[in-house]
Design a protein around this ligand. Structure first.
Ligand SMILES: [Zn+2]
Length: 123
């Protein structure tokens, strides 16, 4: 297998990326203890949620929450891709396109070690 030589490096990079993504998630979200790999966004409280809160502050919170949700979503899906890539490495199935089953281009894996598909099948 052509990747064998690089596989250790790729695995190390994926594990490093995984830690970085998890650290980012921890800042904005709470890990769901019941569901592995799932995170819930923390709702920001700018004014301690007190009754004196203005409408503007309330709107800021909602906006901030929406931003967090979208960041959380992209981090979470990246984390899933990383985990799935790590799983494939352990099953010796790493580097194959999930759609056409062909080998994913080496250059693509270099740039996106967590890629699930080859460049042709990429959406
Ligand atoms: Zn493909």
């Amino acid at each position: 297998m052509i990747f064998k030589r690089n596989l250790k490096k790729i695995k190390e990079k994926l594990e490093k990326d995984k830690k970085a993504v998890e650290a980012e998630l921890e800042k904005i979200a709470q890990k769901d203890e019941n569901l592995e790999g799932d995170w819930d966004s923390k709702f920001p409280k700018f004014n301690g949620g007190s009754a004196s809160q203005t409408h503007e502050e309330g709107a800021d919170e909602v906006e901030e929450y929406a931003t967090r949700l979208s960041i959380e979503y992209s981090l979470e899906s990246r984390l899933k891709d990383i985990n799935s890539a790590l799983e494939k490495i352990s099953k010796n199935k790493y580097g194959l396109c999930e759609k056409c089953g062909k080998k994913i281009e080496k250059e693509r894996l270099k740039a996106f070690p967590e890629a699930r598909t080859c460049a042709k099948c990429k959406v």
